[in-house]
Ligand binder design. Structure first.
Ligand SMILES: [Zn+2]
Length: 137
């Protein structure tokens, strides 16, 4: 058995029964890196410290043997950030389709509507409330 195989075997044994990486940990590490860079660039020590706290939290969760509790934390985290995630996905889709569609929100009920680009002046009928309004697409 080679040196790296021994290390791999040791690490596998070390990680057995431990929680590992979930989405919350993944995003904690990303946030920690962003905060560390921001803290360093701006010279704000507090920002760097918050980044360190995030990183330590991610490590503690990763090596934790209380898998049930960590999974529950991850669930709660995903639930609390659901709307933010949804909004980001929507914005990404809009950006991806920006050459194909124009996006409007209904002046009456604020529903989000899209119209193919280049159709000229159109009367849009809201799918949510039936309100009609004119736009150039
Ligand atoms: Zn509407």
């Amino acid at each position: 058995m080679g040196f790296f195989d021994k290390i791999r075997a040791w690490f596998t044994r070390f990680m057995s029964g431990r929680y590992g990486v979930d989405q919350m940990n993944h995003e904690l590490v990303i946030a920690a890196l962003v905060l560390t860079v921001l803290g360093t660039l701006t010279g704000l020590g507090l920002v760097t410290i918050i980044g360190d706290v995030f990183l330590i939290t991610a490590l503690v969760r990763m090596f934790s043997k209380d898998r049930y509790r960590r999974a529950a934390e991850n669930q709660a985290y995903l639930q609390k950030t659901y709307k933010l995630r949804q909004g980001m996905t929507e914005r990404m889709n809009r950006f991806r389709n920006r050459k194909k569609f124009r996006y409007f929100s209904c002046p009456k009920c604020k529903a989000k509507l899209r119209v193919p680009r280049g159709v000229g002046n159109v009367t849009i009928t809201c799918k949510g409330c039936g309100h009609k309004f004119d736009k150039k697409a």
